[in-house]
Design a protein around this ligand. Structure first.
Ligand code: 3NM
Ligand code: MG
Length: 542
């Protein structure tokens, strides 16, 4: 029977006034159960034993009505007195073996773990499920040991999956700490990321929350909303490309035809490209957006984002001016676009340059889901690092030799093309997103498919903001064709870089300065030619 527990939405109660306020716990829990909570943990660190038992009895009555198991935090004696379904034990509580002796095999025993070693021990001692955390810092519990993020949890899941122990593979898992309606879908989606694409991964069975439900004004609605989010496909994931449509994605002719089709689609839709970008490139990025047929808005105010997110466009978050204020606005906008199911591009400009930018990057990676992450080699390496992805040791040694990034300019690549492709492909798989590493050869991957694109012009690297405006172009292509972000990004890169080649051949170009206006002209001319049907023979330029 305990094997049939549904861990999807696991509610932990809180006994402090900060979250519960003056409301009655049993009534609040009743509403949460009506909303769809599937497991309840009664966690009360302050009440006396007599009060604990009487509240637990009342909660147990309510839970039974809804056929939801009640677990008691820490207090095996209270669970025994009440006769409820089990306990949840922290690392400082009674250990699982002793609790099992007291409770017997039929009761549910859960354990909090923050590391592979703690997980190994909890499995060995016979826990039925693991509460893995802390996912994100939370004001609900100040004395959490480790904030381990999505990647820390993923490491523990992978360990359980590959340890060779049947009990480890079968154990149920929930994640805890800072889960709310804004991040629940992304967290569970990213926790499904396969380490090995050929084998289905162990994934999280549910999320455990306190404040997202107990702290809500309308508890039933908050629970119902979370339940719906957890049980439906995330809005930011569009129908995955059918095997049919990408059967020949490796063919250059097919890529060329697709790129032209998407260039026309951008022209036809004139999608909104919402840029939250740095001071240096605002003007240039808006001009590029107009030249490719998109409709730019340069707004750094997060409060506008919910309205803009409804307009079938896409957002670019460019970290070039990463002040604390800008980051707050970025997080608001990312949440709005994620909620609306519209694409978001992350451009982690200068991400390796300073400690503040590294922090900003971690913050942004935790605050939402990105359809595409684009950057130069150093920036993508910074993303890999923030994502907890260990670059192989010989590659790391090479990286350490390289100077610390000084500015936001890209500098010469320090990895070979196969190494770059490896990093990009693994990172894409990890983050379940599309990653573009720009350079003389751009490497683009969604983890399954990888392109190396060598089009472009040397002057692109000599004018400010060309990389940033590529992010703008990608956002427009994503907005026009959100079903397959990998193909949309590839189409944008091709249009952008072949236009740069066109500009480079222009007689009006005498250097980087004259290149800029000619490049805007070439983006426009190439779009017009695509729409007029004049570029079908152009495929040999790839
Ligand atoms: N245990 P909220 S974090 C009870 O990391 C608890 O073990 C944690 O609260 C752990 O959903 C936590 O409000 C509190 O962030 C989670
Ligand atoms: Mg405890």
């Amino acid at each position: 029977m305990k094997g049939q527990v549904d861990y999807t939405l696991y509610l932990v109660t809180d006994s402090t006034d900060a979250i519960l306020g003056s409301r009655n716990l049993v009534e609040v829990v009743e509403q949460a159960l009506l909303g769809g909570v599937t497991v309840l943990q009664y966690r009360d660190k302050t009440s006396d034993t007599g009060a604990l038992i009487s509240t637990a009895k009342a909660l147990h009555g309510t839970c039974k009505k809804h056929n939801v198991p009640l677990l008691i935090n820490d207090r095996v004696d209270v669970a025994l007195a009440v006769g409820c379904e089990g306990v949840h034990l922290g690392q400082d509580d009674m250990n699982v073996v002793e609790a099992r002796k007291l409770l017997g095999d039929d009761k549910i025993i859960g354990a909090t773990v923050s590391s592979m070693e703690e997980a190994r021990i909890a499995v060995e001692r016979g826990a039925d499920y693991l509460g893995i955390g802390t996912l994100y810092a939370t004001s609900t519990k100040k004395n959490t040991k480790d904030i381990i993020g999505v990647n820390g949890i993923r490491r523990i899941l992978r360990y359980l999956d590959t340890s060779g122990d049947e009990a480890a593979r079968k154990i149920k898992t929930v994640c805890i700490g800072g889960v709310n309606a804004l991040n629940a879908q992304r967290v569970t989606y990213q926790l499904h990321a396969p380490s090995d694409p050929s084998s289905p991964p162990k994934s999280i069975d549910g999320v455990a929350v306190v404040s997202a439900i107990i702290g809500a004004k309308d508890v039933e609605q908050a629970a119902a909303n979370l339940k719906t989010l957890l049980c439906t496909r995330p809005t930011f994931i569009h129908a995955s490309p059918s095997t049919n449509s990408n059967a020949d994605w490796t063919s250059l002719a097919h890529l060329h035809t697709t790129s032209l089709a998407l260039t026309k689609a951008v022209h036809a839709a004139s999608p909104l490209s919402h840029n939250m970008t740095n001071l240096v490139v605002q003007n240039f990025a808006a001009s590029v957006a107009l030249a490719i047929g998109a409709s730019p808005i340069m707004s750094n105010n997060g409060a506008e984002a919910p309205d803009l997110a409804r307009l079938d466009g896409a957002l670019v978050v460019n970290m070039g001016t990463a002040t604390p204020d800008a980051l707050k606005n970025h997080a608001l906008a990312i949440a709005a676009y994620n909620a609306a199911g519209r694409p978001v591009v992350l451009d982690p400009v200068g991400a390796g340059a300073t400690a503040a930018r590294k922090d900003a990057l971690s913050f942004l990676l935790a605050s939402g889901y990105f359809s595409v992450i684009k950057g130069n080699e150093r920036e993508i390496l910074a993303v890999a690092q923030a994502s907890g992805f260990a670059v192989a040791s010989e590659q790391r040694a090479q990286q350490q030799q390289q100077q610390q990034q000084r500015g936001v300019d890209s500098g010469p690549p320090s990895y070979s093309l196969p190494q770059r492709a490896y990093i990009v492909q693994r990172l894409a798989l990890r983050e379940r997103t599309v990653v573009l590493m720009t350079g003389a050869t751009d490497v683009l991957s969604d983890g399954r498919r990888t392109y190396a694109i060598s089009n472009g012009h040397v002057y692109l690297g000599m004018v400010t903001g060309s990389g940033c405006t590529l992010g703008t172009a990608i956002s427009a292509y994503l907005a026009a064709a959100p079903q397959d972000p990998f193909i949309a990004a590839a189409a944008a890169v091709l249009h952008f870089e072949i236009a740069a080649e066109d500009a480079g051949r222009s007689e009006a170009v005498r250097g980087p300065g004259t290149f800029m206006p000619c490049f805007v002209d070439a983006l426009y001319a190439r779009r017009k030619a695509a729409v007029d049907g004049g570029l079908e023979e152009d495929g040999q330029r790839l």
